[in-house]
Design a protein around this ligand. Structure first.
Ligand SMILES: Nc1ncnc2c1ncn2[C@@H]1O[C@H](COP(=O)(O)OP(=O)(O)OP(=O)(O)O)[C@@H](O)[C@H]1O
Ligand SMILES: [Mg+2]
Length: 507
């Protein structure tokens, strides 16, 4: 079906058309010329009427024209050209002629475009629910993915659909579950393996622990005391003679052993004040981090199971503990994958892993330095060579680290209204045009722009509703509160009945 005709100057990547029909934004069209069959996507549409142009200022005249000629409108649209379907979707070297008809792309062509190797089915085209949208699994796994949108737009639903498809390929997915949304999930294609947020201090570096305790780099004597105590505590742990699984407690105990007391039982002046400073610092961080350590645990990476959604439950942990866990896991994964690939050590991670990081703006913040951000950036840059994939998910894209975001070679962007968010995302992704950005506020829940290496063409997708079970969707607050009164009344009634049955009466 012809939906319009090319007008004006036509470039190799873009054309303008005039139409009297109403195609839809996101729809695919075909422009045939010089033996080529070029696929394009309608990126923007406007409707106008020559008789009612912007220079008219007389209301009465406008009313009259609208009455007699108001239906004589035209539709002007812009098409982004995506490539010649007869030539592997390569862009042609010559532009189309003005006047060339533009037709809607037929089903066969579209099915061909969305036929990919190792498909991940995300959903269907927004404008054509009979066309399945598949993206290719490998580029997702080794060139990373960002899922961005305002809150409630459908990010976690997308994550769940994606995870389930990956489980079908036996991929070990590892989710940093900040809100306990995936812990109790049920995936049709694989099981959940819940991993406790505990680290055996044996696998932590001195610097990781030093950071937890906030000993500044400039405090060299404090660092000296702390390093000695750290080494001793690690030795006790590896000998298995520790009386506690709390590593920080062990360090404090080691330090207290060096404190000298005077006859009155007070700390003697002979004790170096800087050691007391260290003890204070370790004790301060004990409350915050004590639950993090478990010296009976193996390396956390050895708990990862293939073909499972490995869920690290961070719902009960503080953000600072989550940061430690993320940086520890990212650092260890990178190191152990390098060891596996280079055969340089037997401390290896023997398979690729795909990491999903929800709340990426907290774990890889744009303006603040953090250990987790450092290691997320490292995996974003180097992970691809070692089979480590990242999926960063955020409802506040503008506060996600720009460096990490620009390493995400695939993007799924759902409804996104805030201009600052849009600018940040656009500057991190070269394939996101201004016209596509302009579509973001008008997307409905679950509708997304999908682009990057995983797809041959940018696509407007209605993401499938996840078929399994997960928590974390919108709550029915009104329903819950309405039931609340009823529940209380029922309980009162039950108690009254119980009293009656026992022969007790009000007095
Ligand atoms: N593709 C979809 N089809 C149908 N319903 C959807 C779809 N995506 C999301 N929803 C519904 O919208 C609600 C919010 O979705 P979701 O939890 O995925 O949002 P979110 O972007 O992760 O939000 P938050 O930023 O709060 O984490 C859910 O109740 C979900 O059922
Ligand atoms: Mg969510």
């Amino acid at each position: 079906m012809v939906v319009g005709y090319c007008v004006g100057e036509i470039s190799l990547s873009e054309l303008t058309f005039i139409s009297d029909k109403m195609p839809q934004v996101g729809e695919y069209v075909i422009v045939e010329y010089d033996g080529k069959k070029v696929l394009g996507m309608v990126e923007s549409l406007v409707r106008g009427n020559d008789a009612l142009n912007i220079d008219l200022h007389d209301v009465e005249a406008i009313q009259t024209i609208a009455r007699i000629g108001g239906k004589d409108y035209y539709i002007k649209g812009k098409v982004k050209l995506l490539g010649d379907v007869n030539d592997n979707l390569r862009l042609p070297r010559t532009p189309a002629l003005p006047g060339t008809p533009i037709k809607l792309a037929d089903k066969e062509i579209l099915n061909e475009v969305f036929k990919v190797k190792n498909p991940i089915k995300l959903g269907t085209l927004v404008n054509q629910s009979d066309i399945e949208v598949n993206v290719e699994a490998n580029p997702v796994l080794n060139r990373h993915l960002a899922i961005l949108a305002m809150t409630g737009a459908g990010k976690s639903n997308t994550v769940a659909v994606l995870i389930d498809q990956l489980l079908g390929y036996n991929v070990p997915v590892f989710v940093f579950d900040m809100h306990g949304e995936y812990r109790d999930a049920i995936f049709p294609n694989g099981d959940v393996n819940v991993i406790q947020p505990k680290i055996n201090p044996k696998y932590m570096t001195f610097y990781e622990i030093k950071r937890l305790v906030s000993i500044p780099n400039s405090a060299v004597i404090q660092e000296r005391f702390f390093r000695q105590a750290f080494n001793k505590a690690q030795k006790i742990i590896s000998e298995g003679t520790s009386h506690t699984t709390d590593f920080l407690q062990l360090i404090v105990d080691v330090l207290y052993n060096q404190v000298e007391y005077d006859d009155d039982g007070n700390i003697s002046t002979k004790t170096d004040k800087r050691m007391i400073d260290v003890i204070n610092k370790v004790e301060d961080s004990m409350d915050k981090y004590s639950n993090l350590f478990d010296s009976n645990k193996g390396n956390i990476l050895t708990s990862i199971k293939l073909g499972h959604a490995n869920v690290l439950d961070l719902s009960q942990t503080d953000e600072s503990v989550a940061e430690v866990l993320v940086s520890h896991i990212m650092r260890n994964s990178l190191q152990r994958r390098k060891n596996a690939v280079h055969g340089s050590s037997d401390k290896t991670l023997d398979h690729p892993v795909f990491y999903v990081i929800e709340e990426a703006h907290i774990l890889a913040p744009n303006k603040r330095d953090s250990q987790s951000k450092h290691w997320i950036q490292r995996v974003a840059r180097e992970g691809r060579k070692f089979g480590l994939g990242l999926c960063l998910v955020s409802q506040s894209p503008k506060t996600v680290d720009h460096d990490a975001l620009s390493q995400m070679n695939n993007m799924i962007i759902l409804r996104l209204v805030e201009p600052e968010d849009q600018r940040h995302v656009q500057s991190a992704s070269e394939s996101l045009s201004k016209d596509l950005i302009d579509q973001l506020p008008s997307l409905n829940v679950g509708e997304a722009i999908v682009l990057g290496l995983m797809t041959k063409v940018p696509t407007l997708v209605k993401i499938d509703e996840f078929k399994g079970r997960r928590t974390g969707g919108d709550l029915d607050i009104i329903g819950e509160l309405a039931g609340f009164d009823k529940k209380q009344d029922d309980e009162l009634e039950r108690q009254k009945q119980e009293m009656d049955d026992l022969g007790c009466y009000d007095y």
